[in-house]
Design a protein around this ligand. Structure first.
Ligand SMILES: Nc1ncnc2c1ncn2[C@@H]1O[C@H](COP(=O)(O)OP(=O)(O)OP(=O)(O)O)[C@@H](O)[C@H]1O
Length: 335
C-alpha cells in the first residue's frame, strides 16, 4: 500500500520515514554551515545529498548519525522513528555509518576486523563468526579474509568497511562518499552492493560528489549549496529544472526533413543530421502537445528522442556562484 503524505495519519507517516529533519542548523563560530534544511527519506529508499566541497554534507551526516550535535535552534530530527534530541542511543543502535575515513584497522586481518565489530555488537562468538563469514563471502572478501587489511586494494578496504557497518544489521545506513577514489570497476561493484542493500529494505543516505552516482542510485537527490537545499527531487525532476531540454526529430529521407523543417518553423534545424530540435522540458504534457502538433502538421519523423539535461548541468546551474575553480577537478585530485 502506498501511503501519501497528505492523507496518512501522523503515526503512519512517521513509520514510513526512515529519516526526517526540519530546520536542521549548524554553525561553527560565525560560519553557518547548515542554514535550516529540511530532509525526508522514506524507508527503503536511497537519498543522495550532493554538494560542492565544504557544502556541509559530512556535517549533515554527522548530525543525523549522532556523531555531533545539531545547532540548538534546529527543528525536530527523527531517525529510525527515534527523536535525536531525546533518544540518540536508540538511533545509534538502528544505524550504520561508513565515513570518508575508514574504520578498517590495517594491522589485523579482514576477518579480525569483522570479529571485532561482532564483539562491539555483543554477538556471541559463534554468531559473530557466522555473520563475519557470511558478510566476507557476500562482499567477495572470503579469499582475502586471513590477510592483513593493509594489503587490501582501495576497493577491498571500502567493501570491508561497509561489511563491518552491516555486522549489527542496521536498517538505515549512512555512506559518506562511498566511492570517492575508487576505479570505475570498484565503483560499479559498490553500486551493486548498495542496490542489494536497498533490495533488502535498508534505507541508504549517501553523500557524493559524483552526479552519475546519484543518478544511478538515488530515488531522491538534494543539492546542498550555501547552507541550504538548492533543489530536491528525483534525478529526472532535477534535470528538468535547467534549460536545454529538447525533443529531437530525425529523418532518413531528405525531402521529408525539408518538408518538416518548413512546416515546423519553431524547431531548430540540423541539416547535416536531418534533425529538428524542439525546445521541451520533456514532461508528458509537453510531449503530448508536440505529438498532437506533429500529427496536425502531417509530420512523421523516423525517430523521436527526448533529451533532458544531465545532472552535471543541474549541479553547475545550482551551485555556480559558490563553486571555487578547483572543484572542476575530481575530489581525490583536489585534496
Ligand atoms: N569542527 C569544525 N570546526 C569548524 N569548521 C568546521 C568543522 N567541521 C566542518 N567545518 C566547516 O564546515 C563546512 C562544511 O564541512 P563539511 O565537511 O560538512 O562539508 P562537505 O560538504 O562534507 O565537504 P567535502 O565534500 O569537502 O567533504 C566547511 O567549511 C568546513 O570547513
Amino acid at each position: 500500500m502506498t501511503v501519501t503524505r497528505a492523507s496518512a495519519p501522523r503515526a503512519v507517516q512517521a513509520a514510513t520515514q526512515a529519516i526526517s529533519a526540519t530546520g536542521l542548523r549548524k554553525s561553527y563560530g560565525d560560519k553557518t554551515v547548515l542554514d535550516g534544511i529540511d530532509l525526508t527519506v522514506p524507508a527503503g529508499t536511497v537519498f543522495a545529498l550532493l554538494g560542492p566541497n565544504g557544502a556541509g554534507k559530512t556535517t549533515a551526516v554527522k548530525i543525523l548519525s549522532t556523531l555531533i550535535t545539531p545547532g540548538a535552534d534546529s527543528g525536530e530530527i527523527r531517525v529510525g522513528g527515534h527523536d535525536l534530541a531525546t533518544d540518540p542511543q536508540a538511533i545509534r543502535a538502528a544505524i550504520g555509518v561508513t565515513g570518508q575515513f575508514s574504520a578498517v584497522d590495517g594491522l589485523i586481518t579482514g576477518e579480525e576486523n569483522m570479529l571485532l565489530m561482532a564483539d562491539l555488537h555483543h554477538l556471541s562468538k559463534r554468531e559473530g563468526r557466522r555473520v563475519a563469514a557470511e558478510l566476507l563471502e557476500r562482499f567477495d572478501l572470503a579469499e582475502a579474509a586471513k590477510k592483513p587489511a593493509s594489503t587490501y586494494s582501495g576497493g577491498m578496504k571500502r567493501r570491508l568497511d561497509i561489511a563491518m557497518t552491516l555486522v549489527g544489521g542496521p536498517r538505515i545506513i549512512f555512506l559518506d562518499e562511498p566511492t570517492t577514489g575508487l576505479d570505475p570497476r570498484s565503483r560499479h561493484t559498490m553500486w551493486g552492493i548498495i542496490r542489494e542493500l536497498v533490495a533488502d529494505g535498508v534505507t541508504v543516505f549517501l553523500t557524493t560528489q559524483y552526479l552519475e552516482e546519484a543518478d544511478e542510485l538515488a530515488d531522491r537527490i538534494a543539492v546542498l549549496n550555501d547552507g541550504k537545499i538548492a533543489a530536491e527531487g528525483s534525478a529526472e525532476e532535477l534535470k528538468r529544472i535547467v534549460p536545454g531540454g529538447h525533443v529531437k526529430l530525425r529523418f532518413t529521407d531528405p525531402d521529408a526533413y525539408r518538408s518538416a523543417a518548413s512546416t515546423l518553423r519553431e524547431a531548430a534545424p540540423d541539416e547535416e543530421a536531418l534533425a529538428l530540435r524542439i525546445p521541451s522540458d520533456g514532461s508528458q504534457r509537453e510531449l503530448r502537445s508536440i505529438l498532437d502538433w506533429l500529427d496536425s502538421a502531417g509530420v512523421e519523423a523516423d525517430e523521436l528522442t527526448v533529451h533532458t539535461p544531465d545532472l552535471d548541468d543541474v549541479f553547475f546551474a545550482l551551485t555556480a556562484s559558490t563553486v571555487p575553480a578547483q572543484n572542476d577537478q575530481p575530489k581525490e585530485n583536489a585534496r
